[in-house]
Design a binder for this molecule. Structure first.
Ligand SMILES: [Zn+2]
Length: 284
């Protein structure tokens, strides 16, 4: 599933293809999945932005319009969505512009699009409640630690997108391993939250640099839009490595299920701390 680094890589790749272009037509046959896309027709794309795992094409007002009527063309890639330069068997949406066509392929059809007034996300509760971007200055250690002290199991809390946006299953597992925290740990101490804050920023930053992760055909099929694979999967310490030795201590990495998500952790490096604050296992 594309996570923040993959979506950011997609944004960087397709922005040069769309910026300054006028949308001539948006073709699809699923108006309940791709809502109000007709509103984009005749509008120029002024840029591409991103919030968490959502891409936004920023659309200028039409020339004949009075007053400010910017719109946002929101794209969620879902499990398997991605943009291509040529149409194919799994093309669901074709965006025709005065500079050429762009094709949205989505084999499993979980992707969604909608054209809305900027900031009007009432139909998209996850987007409306989304926390700060992990690599932005809005993501602050103090605020994160205060929220973490109140939170339940830390991994589902990270995946909620509320404390910080864009952290999905892969990067949650990697960040928790780096911070030495058990995925089910609740009510983080300040010191634990500070470690996790630093780990999230580091992991997300490295993943964006590497162009995201690409997974084998069984687990998903994210590819950059030009067909190149992201490289970050070569840096995974625990994700997808159940039964292999932990790169830090050599203990066998466990794969479990937490809140319906496959979860990987090292029982030695990431012990579950008892409520009294004393760790089980070897870490003092
Ligand atoms: Zn370990």
């Amino acid at each position: 599933m594309p996570e923040l680094p993959e979506v950011e890589t997609t944004r960087r790749k397709i922005e040069p293809l769309l910026r300054g272009r006028t949308i001539l037509h948006v073709e699809h046959d699923a108006p309940h999945k791709y809502r109000d896309t007709h509103l984009a027709v005749g509008r120029r794309v002024t840029g591409l932005s991103r919030r968490g795992k959502y891409l936004m094409l920023n659309l200028a007002p039409q020339e004949a319009e009075e007053g400010p009527h910017d719109l946002e063309f929101i794209v969620h890639l879902g499990m398997t969505g991605g943009f291509r330069l040529e149409g194919g068997r799994h093309t669901r949406v074709t965006i025709r512009t005065d500079g050429g066509d762009l094709f949205f392929d989505d084999p499993r059809r979980f992707g969604k699009m909608a054209v809305v007034r900027p900031g009007e996300y009432a139909g998209m509760p996850t987007l409306a409640a989304m926390g700060p971007e992990p690599l932005s200055e809005d993501f602050r250690e103090e605020g994160f630690a205060a929220l973490a002290a109140q939170a339940g199991a830390v991994k589902p809390w990270l995946l909620s997108q509320k404390p910080v946006s864009g952290v999905g299953n892969i990067y949650a597992d990697e960040s928790l391993w780096q911070a030495g925290l058990h995925p089910a740990q609740s009510h983080l101490t300040r010191e634990e939250a500070v470690r996790l804050y630093a780990a999230v920023r580091d992991v997300m930053g490295r993943a964006v640099e590497a162009g995201g992760s690409s997974l084998g055909s069984g687990a998903g099929n994210y590819r950059q839009h030009d067909g190149l694979s992201g490289l970050f999967q070569h840096s995974h310490a625990v994700y997808g490595r159940g039964g292999e030795p932990c790169p830090r201590c050599g203990t066998t990495i466990e794969k479990t299920v937490l809140a319906q998500r496959g979860t990987h952790h090292c029982p030695q490096c990431q012990p579950l701390r008892r409520p009294e604050g004393r760790a089980k296992g070897g870490r003092a």
